[in-house]
Design a protein around this ligand. Structure first.
Ligand code: AMP
Length: 930
């Protein structure tokens, strides 16, 4: 017997109470079905008190029960003679009890629920001849204290028939709301009470927010709060969580539903929380499941290196294939770390931690990095690794890397630090310091500059030492001195240290330590003054004597004072020749060299041409000199010494060393390729084909290269057209730097003249070098004059077929090569200047260069030539070779100036000797008469 919201049916037990006025009577209902009723109808007697009680009704957890009573009640008006005694109501009572079989309950134990009156709306029931109205009344009672209760009906004088009593309680039925299940819940005790109920998540779901609802007194669910979400791999369908189908996935419970697998991925089974990547595709840990599967990038491309002293700028272009991602980054893996070592060579060591990568070594998003703080003149291999989010997952390694090898340049040493003064006296102190942090090569010496603080740098002194300390003497007492120290390597001077100030004291002896070492006593300030005076005098005198001297001295001074001016280092000063070669030359991997053809024969073996491809650089043509098999240690050393020397030079008119191969045989020296070979042969091949300006251009190049060498304090000793190489642009470059061969192995020297130290190419060599091996830049200038002559005469052999002894003699006697045919007078004059007997009178290469530059700027000056002179000279040369003594006339004729014979005679110069005593200025006047 249920209502829409009620869920509990109680059996109705009606028992007659002790008073027997209630009767159980069978009657027919309106459908003529017999029903049992309890009736009482004592309307004529006053003071009725008739009770009818139910059996014990278990409460079953209910807190409020509803009692629905169906009954009929006679209208008192329809009964005659009952006025005053007839009632139209009855009372409903209850009694709570744990006892299910109480036989006797006192009236007073019952609590009244209500007085029930008949309703006005009646259903008519035909009971015999009477029309009765069936009433339905419902009352609710709070029952909370015992396990059950009894109900009782009290009649106080009505005519009543109880047709049915239904007792029930209300529940909120089991329900699913927001994916949470709420159980069947008994309503609260009071009509206004709400029972708070916590829901539990349905299968395959998880709590989003605690699911709650309230069960109202009427059995209705109210105010749902919170709820659940389907687990990953499941979506809500019809209030339940159902698995995603194959090909679909749901990664998070908060995702709205199952989604199709992203590109390059799939799911084969139902309930996928993520789709698996297709073979060869990957997903990074941080990639969302909705992202397509991707691939690692290919290697970076076109890695280019630009070396700037001890820094390298590395640039590359992004990988050809980015793998479908936009998070490509670049790393320079540290050795030993995943991705490989910094170098592929077994000889390479890892870069130190002091090497700086800017903007960084890992995680670069730019395609350019500047690597600094590298060691000078050191071979480095850099590996750039392209990575993206799936590189690690894919385990890809070498395929994503590109490497480049570079050799850093020489660099001046860094400043010295930690200068200290000890053993301080009134006139002296000992200065010591630390080696520069970055020597960048072998420290050849230290230079200490110091001055009185008051004097600033107006007057200072310089000391040089090989050790890291020096005793400074000759100081003034109680005077503050400022000291600067700098180091010099093959690359030149480094920066001076920051100033270090120290004061002498008034003590004659040092407080601690030994006394002053007088052997180190240097020039005092006054000494410097005297020296300056002498220098000034020498300077003025030499200026008067020679137009070339001043600049020469200036440049020498510059060399000592300018930091960073490179000084050539003799590789033979290294005990280990391999140290020298690796300090100055780059080791080349033999696999990057492709030899094409033999182009000449060198002293140590064939000379070939070929191509060199260094990674990250464009392929270039090179000349490859190799050391033939079966060489001795000395030959190996001599062969490599040329590279050690060449490697120190960097000038457009000096043949450029690309590198060496020393780690496998044959040993090779790789230089730039000079298409037109050696200058002498080239000129002979193209006799008369160039303009004067072109010839002067070649000479200018050679002079420029020689100036560079002389600035570096390098003396070539074998400067000759055969040792100049010419490229396709007619650029001339000085080559042949083998030290020993200069003296012993040049064919021009072999068997010709053996000086105490070796053989000398007589025709190109200055007299003082022949006589007592005084090889200097000035003797190179002499040779340069001969090269000028070779160039202008298109490869003619100097002094033609004269033998060496005759050449030496002729030079001794003042003979000089005449101007070649069509030789501009100024050029021949320059040659004669180079052939000054007194080497101090010869121009410097810097002056020669200036002169040639002027000529090139004013080609008109080149127009004047000696005309017929060449023929006369040719004739003269036979005379010279046979004659013992030259007259002034012959000499003038030989150099094309015989027209000045009378002028000279008039001036008192009648012999060659008297003329040779002339100063240069007079010669110039003669050459350029007003
Ligand atoms: P060397 O050993 O320097 O005397 O070289 C022998 C010959 O090889 C030279 O006379 C040149 O003809 C040729 N040769 C040497 N070096 C080069 C080069 N860098 N480029 C072209 N030819 C060269």
């Amino acid at each position: 017997f249920l209502t829409a919201t009620a869920a509990y049916v109680v059996q109705l037990y009606l028992y007659k109470c002790a008073c027997l006025k209630w009767e159980e009577v069978s009657i027919m209902d309106e459908k003529n079905i017999p029903i049992r009723t309890y009736q009482v109808c004592n309307v004529l007697e006053p003071n009725q008190n008739n009770w009818l009680r139910t059996d014990w009704i278990p409460r079953s957890g209910a807190q409020r029960v509803y009692v629905e009573v169906k009954f009929t009640l006679r209208d008192c008006n329809s009964l005659p003679g009952v006025t005053g005694t007839c009632k139209e109501t009855f009372n409903l009572y209850y009694h709570e009890s744990n006892e299910d079989r109480e036989s006797y309950i006192k009236e007073s134990s019952f609590i009244k629920v209500d007085t029930v009156a008949a309703d006005e709306s009646f259903t008519q029931v035909d009971v015999g001849d009477r029309i009765m109205k069936l009433n339905t009344e419902v009352r609710d009672v709070k029952v909370t204290t015992r396990k059950g209760f009894y109900l009782a009906f009290q009649d106080v004088g009505a005519c009543i028939a109880l047709v049915s009593v239904r007792v029930f309680y209300k529940t909120c039925p089991l329900t699913v709301r927001n994916l949470a299940t709420f159980p069947d819940t008994i309503t609260g005790a009071d009509t206004s009470s709400l029972v708070e109920v916590r829901g539990s998540c349905v299968n395959q779901s998880e709590e989003r927010e605690e699911p709650k609802m309230y069960c109202g007194a009427d059995g209705e669910w109210l105010v749902p709060i919170g709820g659940c979400l389907c687990n990953p791999g499941y979506e809500e369908r019809g209030g339940a969580c159902k698995a995603c189908r194959a090909g679909f996935y749901k990664a998070k419970s908060t995702d709205p539903g199952c989604a199709k697998c992203p590109p390059h991925s799939h799911s084969l089974r139902d309930g996928a929380t993520i789709c698996d990547c297709h073979a060869g595709f990957f997903r990074a840990d941080t990639d969302p499941p909705s992202m397509a599967c991707t691939q690692p990038p290919s290697a970076p491309q076109q890695l280019i290196s630009v070396v700037n002293e001890t820094s390298v700028v590395l640039e590359w272009t992004p990988p050809h294939r980015l793998g479908g991602r936009s998070d490509t980054s670049y790393n320079f893996p540290r050795p030993g770390s995943a991705g490989g070592s910094v170098s592929s060579s077994q000889f390479c060591a890892p870069c130190g931690s002091d090497v700086l990568f800017s903007p960084g070594q890992t995680g670069l998003t730019t395609t350019r990095v500047v690597v600094s703080e590298l060691r000078a003149h050191t071979h480095y291999t850099f590996i750039v690794h392209a990575r993206n989010g799936v590189s690690q997952a894919s385990g890809a390694g070498a395929a994503q890397s590109v490497s480049v090898s570079v050799t850093t340049n020489q660099a001046a040493p860094s400043p010295v630090s930690s200068i200290q003064a000890t053993d301080v006296t009134r006139h002296s102190l000992s200065l010591s310091w630390q080696q520069p942090d970055r020597p960048n090569g072998v420290i050849l010496e230290y230079e200490v500059k110091f001055y009185e603080k008051d004097q600033r740098e107006r007057s200072y002194r310089i000391m040089r030492t090989f050790s890291r300390s020096v005793d400074v003497t000759g100081l003034n007492p109680l005077t503050v001195y400022v000291f600067h120290v700098r180091a010099r390597t093959a690359a030149g001077y480094g920066e001076f240290s920051t100033p270090f100030e120290f004061s002498t004291n008034s003590d004659p002896f040092p407080l601690i330590g030994e006394g002053v070492n007088s052997a180190f006593l240097l020039l005092s300030v006054s000494g410097v003054g005297i020296l300056l005076l002498i220098s000034a005098a020498v300077f003025i005198i030499s200026r008067r004597r020679s137009k070339y001297s001043k600049t020469k001295q200036d440049s020498e001074e510059e060399k000592h004072l300018n930091p960073g001016v490179k000084i050539y280092v003799d590789p033979f000063t290294y005990e280990d020749p391999d140290q020298a070669i690796h300090e100055f030359a780059k080791e080349i991997d033999v696999s990057s060299i492709h030899i094409e053809k033999v182009i000449g024969m060198g002293e140590f073996g064939e000379v070939c041409s070929g191509r060199l491809r260094v990674q990250g650089k464009r392929e270039i043509y090179v000349a490859i000199k190799s050391l033939k098999a079966g060489y001795s240690d000395k030959q190996r050393r001599d062969f490599l010494s040329e590279a050690s020397i060449m490697g120190q030079f960097d000038h457009p008119n000096i043949i450029r060393l690309e590198g060496v191969v020393t780690r496998c045989k044959p040993l090779m020296i790789i230089t730039e390729y000079m298409e037109n070979g050696s200058l002498d042969a080239f000129l002979r091949k193209h006799d008369g084909q160039f303009t004067v300006i072109q010839l002067v251009g070649m000479l200018r190049g050679i002079a420029s290269g020689m100036k560079y060498l002389s600035d570096m304090n390098y003396v070539h000793r074998d400067l000759a057209a055969r040792n100049i190489l010419v490229n396709s642009n007619l650029v001339c470059k000085v080559s042949d730097f083998g030290l020993s061969r200069v003296l012993e192995d040049d064919p021009e020297a072999t068997g010709t003249y053996l000086s105490p130290g070796g053989k000398i190419p007589i025709r190109w060599t200055a007299p003082e070098a022949i006589a007592y091996r005084k090889f200097t830049t000035a003797s190179d200038v002499w040779s340069y004059g001969i090269v000028m002559w070779e160039v202008v005469s298109y490869g003619e052999r100097p002094y033609w077929d004269m033998n060496n002894q005759d050449v030496i003699k002729a030079i001794e006697e003042g003979y000089r090569l005449p101007a070649p045919m069509d030789c501009p007078v100024v050029l021949h004059q320059l040659m004669l200047d180079c052939w000054e007997r007194d080497r101090a009178e010869r121009p410097t290469f810097s002056q020669i260069l200036n002169m040639l530059d002027k000529l090139i700027r004013n080609p008109g000056t080149l127009r004047r030539t000696g005309g017929e002179r060449y023929l006369q000279c040719t004739k003269a040369k036979t005379e010279i070779s046979s004659s013992k003594v030259w007259s002034l006339c012959e000499w003038l004729q030989s150099i094309g100036l015989e027209r000045y014979r009378d002028t000279l005679a008039a001036a008192g110069y009648t012999s060659l000797d008297s003329l040779l005593a002339l100063t240069h200025q007079i010669e110039v006047e003669i050459m350029n008469p007003r």
